[in-house]
Design a protein around this ligand. Structure first.
Ligand code: ATP
Length: 749
């Protein structure tokens, strides 16, 4: 539970008298103020757990978020808070939606101006109404009553429309921000880096809750400031007209109040920040129980989970307790401050009334004007809790924004010091005979690893100075009819923890810790305009202008596919499982309702041209059925009602079935290079053999990690990595042909 700033708009019609207010608006303690105000309220966070779940099911499995810490977190200073606010708030107003955004903002401000005008009008109506009442002038009283009713009828639409327009704009802003943040979060594998390096906590919560809170509160707060400025101008005249010293009392009262409330509530910002984090940690713990239900049940780990969850909840609870105590102390002050103003102006002008200098209605008008102006001067006092919650939101979003920015910049700046990963395009026509066959003297390089040193994020060296190349066609062996021999199919072996998976992570672009260079050559697919071709002749690759992407920029991701031991099952149908990730659900599948909704224009961003081209090649249902049969999963169709049924696939399929499904994806995508990390570990030998034969027949070159000896049969070369010795500078790897390995002879027998 966090403290969220929520805007409450009070009626201008009830500001005529505090007495009337208390009867008409029993929900609001201080509804005699006619301006906008925030109300700090405790809300239950409505977080879509699926959002959080999506981050937890990304493969390869990623470690949990960092343990709860930051207890001593210092509140941000005003300058960095302002800088962060500006950085987070500004992009939308100069985005591609800026015309609509500015128009809507202007409309909201115009309506706010209208409502302030109406409030001023009602202040005069109130004066005459009470004068008529005090003078027992029934005719005048009836007339004023009718004016009041007419004023209600004319004024109410302004207030309702102002709130509606503001909420709509806030939703539009949030939609844009959500897609803007998600785009940067999912770009350049930032989500993976944030999670695996524990850069910041709970990014999902920042996207869901903090963005919603930020847009709503920023807009409301801007309007409150605007409203306060207008109120100040309009009601200062009235107050001066009544009794100038009252203005002096007001200034002294509000400045003193502001200073005291800042002093009393200074700890609230960091407490609010921590509250957000602790709530998110607790929710994340629950999501992990759901995601790992079977493992926990097998282990019988309920008691442990209970302890862990309770400790997280306790931490949130303790912080909330501190937050409540701080709020209570501040409330003592603000309540006194608010109640006193109900009698203060009357007490100041009462002597004038008793001496007959002013009428009774003027007392009411001075109370109303005093409240308005004091409200404007006392924004910090009234809104301190909401402002402290808002500061925490700004701080969290600003931090997130900085991380997202630094991630894209880091890629450019540090690229020289890190592992260079480049993707180049192989021209399919180059090097081929006119009949399309590959001349024996030519072979296609798919992967070139040069002086690669792989390190962990904590800079422990795993592999030292590794260099090798992978070719698709070996001219010496091309005459052999066995397709196995047409490609360098590499098996990586080595003791546990030596860095086998890390090597694949580096090739797939997930890690770039260490140094050296990797070039991956992929076949053309999709938009040729965006991709350059490279001539591949013998082992010489022309290097000018051939790079199509790198580990930080856009890359031809379908060229390389990584298959982890536990495949990632997307939320959706069986069809979507098979088409993932090459053909994802796109705007074609959106419902008509969704297409009609204007806010969805940001949510239906055009996918890049590559994907548009891919649509034409999208496999048909027949293709999918064929692949399912090939990987021995044909029975799923009858068991789960066809290709378009939706289930929690990671729960209803066995690990072996999930691994076969992942191979089905591979067969459909036909990547140039597949990285298989123990991706058949749950299968029997017959199924494993079948899958390897299928991907060989499909012409996919692969590098695989696997501990089973039988896997040697499906590889041509073996890279053995031994555990790195930190005291030695020697290489810790060796290469050999599979035939040279004694195991191979043993398997042949
Ligand atoms: N995010 C990380 N931060 C720090 N160290 C890590 C991280 N991920 C992995 N490591 C460490 O890197 C080393 C190599 O891990 P890797 O997963 O590559 O080993 P592996 O050879 O594939 O092991 P196994 O055969 O057991 O799967 C391990 O000691 C591991 O603890």
């Amino acid at each position: 539970m966090g403290t969220q700033a929520k805007l409450v708009v009070e009626s201008p019609f009830f500001n005529v008298s505090p007495n009337i207010v208390s009867t008409l608006d029993s929900n609001s303690k201080f509804s005699h103020r006619s301006s906008l105000r925030f109300q700090a309220m405790t809300t239950r966070r409505r977080v879509s757990l699926s959002t959080v779940a999506a981050t937890t099911t990304t493969t390869p499995p990623v470690p949990p978020p960092p343990p709860i810490q930051d207890e001593q977190r210092k509140p941000p200073d005003l300058q960095s808070l302002m800088r962060r606010f500006w950085k987070v708030a500004v992009p939308y107003w100069s985005s591609d939606d800026k015309v609509q955004a500015r128009l809507q903002l202007a409309a909201v401000f115009a309506l706010t101006l209208g409502t302030t005008g109406i409030s001023v009008g009602f202040s005069f109506l109130g004066r005459d109404f009470y004068n008529a009442l005090a003078n027992k002038d029934q005719e005048q009283f009836t007339k004023q009553l009718l004016y009041y009713l007419a004023g209600f009828a004319g004024g109410i639409p302004f207030f309702v429309l102002r709130d509606y327009a503001r909420e709509k704009l806030s939703l539009r802003w949030r939609s844009w921000m959500t897609s803007y943040y998600m785009e940067r979060y999912l770009k350049n594998k930032t989500f993976y880096k944030i999670q695996s390096q524990s850069t910041i906590d709970n990014p999902d919560q920042r996207i869901v809750d903090d963005l919603s809170s930020f847009t709503g509160t920023a807009l409301s707060f801007s309007l409150t400031l605007f409203n306060a400025a207008i109120d100040l101008i309009s009601f200062s005249n009235i107050l001066f007209g009544i009794y100038p010293p009252l203005f002096g009392v007001l200034l002294a009262y509000s400045l003193g109040g502001t200073a005291l409330s800042v002093f009393l509530g200074k700890g609230l910002v960091s407490l609010n920040f921590l509250q957000e984090k602790k709530e998110a940690d607790f929710r994340y713990g629950l999501v992990r129980v759901r995601e790992n239900a079977e493992s926990i049940a097998f282990y019988g780990g309920e008691e442990n989970e209970m302890q862990l969850l309770l400790s997280r909840f306790r931490s949130a609870f303790e912080n909330l307790n501190k937050l409540l105590i701080s709020s209570r102390n501040l409330d003592f002050f603000t309540s006194g401050y608010r109640y006193l103003i109900q009698i203060l102006p009357a007490a100041v002008v009462a002597p004038m009334y008793f001496s007959g200098k002013i009428e009774f209605g003027v007392i009411n008008q001075s109370v109303s004007a005093f409240n308005h102006i004091l409200g404007d001067f006392s924004l910090i006092v009234y809104q301190f809790q909401a402002l402290s919650a808002f500061s925490a939101v700004i701080d969290r979003l600003g931090e997130f924004d900085d991380v997202l920015d630094s991630n894209s910049k880091k890629g450019d700046q540090d690229s020289k010091e890190k592992i260079q990963l480049n993707f180049c395009l192989i021209s399919s026509s180059n090097g081929l005979h006119s009949n399309g066959s590959m001349p024996l003297s030519k072979r296609v390089k798919l992967l070139h690893v040069e002086h690669l040193t792989v390190q962990t994020p904590s800079e422990a060296t795993l592999i030292k100075d590794l260099s090798f190349e992978i070719f698709e066609k070996d001219h010496l062996l091309a005459e052999c009819n066995n397709s196995l021999w047409l490609r360098d199919l590499l098996k990586v072996t080595g003791p546990s923890g030596s860095g086998k998976t890390s090597l694949l992570r580096v090739v797939a672009g997930l890690w770039s810790f260490g140094n050296g260079a990797i070039t991956v050559y992929v076949r053309p697919r999709g938009d040729l305009e965006m991709l350059h071709s490279s001539d591949v002749v013998s082992q010489q690759v022309t290097s000018t202008n051939e790079t199509i992407g790198d580990s930080t920029g856009r890359r031809n991701s379908e060229g390389v596919i990584f298959l982890p031991q536990k495949p990632y099952m997307v939320l959706g149908t069986l069809r979507q499982q098979l088409l993932y990730p090459t053909w994802t659900k796109d705007s074609d599948n959106l419902s008509d309702d969704a297409k009609q909704s204007d806010s969805l224009s940001f949510l239906m961003r055009a996918r890049d041209a590559r994907c548009v081209n891919e649509r034409s090649k999208k496999p048909t249902s027949e293709d999918l059925l064929q692949v399912l049969n090939d990987v021995s999963l044909g029975h799923l169709l009858s068991r789960f009602d066809g290709l378009d049924s939706t289930h929690e696939w990671s729960s209803v399929l066995s690990l072996g079935e999930q691994q076969r499904l992942a191979f089905g994806r591979l067969l459909l995508s036909k990547p140039t290079l597949a990285l298989l990390d123990e991706s058949t570990s749950a299968l029997d030998e017959a199924n494993e053999a079948r899958l390897y034969q299928l991907i060989q027949a499909a012409g996919i070159t692969y590098i695989s990690i696997g501990h089973r000896r039988t896997l040697y049969k499906y590889h041509k070369k073996v890279l053995h990595v031994s555990t790195a010795d930190s005291t030695s500078t020697l290489q810790n790897w060796s290469f050999k042909d599979v035939e040279e390995d004694p195991i191979y002879d043993f398997l042949k027998q």
